[in-house]
Write a protein that binds this ligand. Sequence first.
Ligand code: NDP
Ligand code: A1CAB
Length: 278
Amino acid sequence: MRKITIIGAGSMSEALISGMIANQFIETKSLWVTNRSNRSRLATLQQKYQVSTSYDIEELLNGADMVILAIKPKDAGAAMENIKSHLSKKTLLVSVLAGISIQTLEELSNSHLAIVRAMPNTSATIGKSATALANNNNSTKEQIELVDKMFKTIGLTRFIEEEHLDAVTGLSGSGPAYFYYLVEAMEKSAIEIGLDPKLAKELIIQTLLGTAEMLNVSQKPSHQLRREVTSPGGTTEAGIRILEQHQVQEAFIQCIIQATNQSKKLGSALKNKLTSTL
Ligand SMILES: NC(=O)C1=CN([C@@H]2O[C@H](COP(=O)(O)OP(=O)(O)OC[C@H]3O[C@@H](n4cnc5c(N)ncnc54)[C@H](OP(=O)(O)O)[C@@H]3O)[C@@H](O)[C@H]2O)C=CC1
Ligand SMILES: O=C(O)[C@@H]1CCC=N1
């Protein structure tokens, strides 16, 4: 019987819990969850998913096959300090933290652990995450297969070189927020143009689903699919002209570059802190 422990009980932790449980990846009582101090949140997760919860590090980590870090990047130092002496060489450490490199995790654990760094997104909640993963050389084939299977319970997985994980964070880790931002604009415009908000939301959602499915099944590149919507002298052309005047495509490119750079910054902030305390 497997034992998995999640350190952190926020939104990403819950997405992982719900995916694992919905897919019967692990027995509920063998899935352990903890956080820093929010007892009522742990009680909620315990009631909702029948997972085990504890603040006793030994109880949490003893015999764990996998320990998943699902805390904010700034809390990585404190959390690792708390757990490092209880991690065995047989345990796979999995991190979903933005920006924190495998090397930093190795330094924080002070031992040669098997480590996998992952970048999912919040669509994990409904089993539709796009998750990229990178492992260090200490990870065994069995551990890599296990973590892949685990993340497949929340959506698509791809193993990549670690150097690209900050870019993945900027692109698909933060990605749902960009689409929500666009939907917010569409909802606001619906009011301006006199549409019922409920009807508008249904139409927006179906349009998004249809667009995603077209991109998925069609062999055509995105710019061609866009051209096919755009009749000469028509409505789309008139609308897109405004987006081009405001350089919206360029703004999205800069947005993703900035998010990628922020992921790198989060990593180097912790690294610099570690170096200065050595
Ligand atoms: N949200 C997203 O879209 C995505 C997030 N991520 C990454 O996932 C990680 C978690 O994000 P998210 O779930 O949104 O964060 P939340 O703020 O929702 O949750 C953070 C959790 O960490 C706990 N925590 C903090 N310090 C410690 C500690 N020392 N020991 C144990 N638990 C601790 C908190 O406990 P308490 O409440 O008691 O303080 C809380 O349960 C981040 O590193 C983020 O980069 C990755 C992909 C997407
Ligand atoms: O905003 C963040 O830092 C996290 C990482 C990716 C998505 N959310």
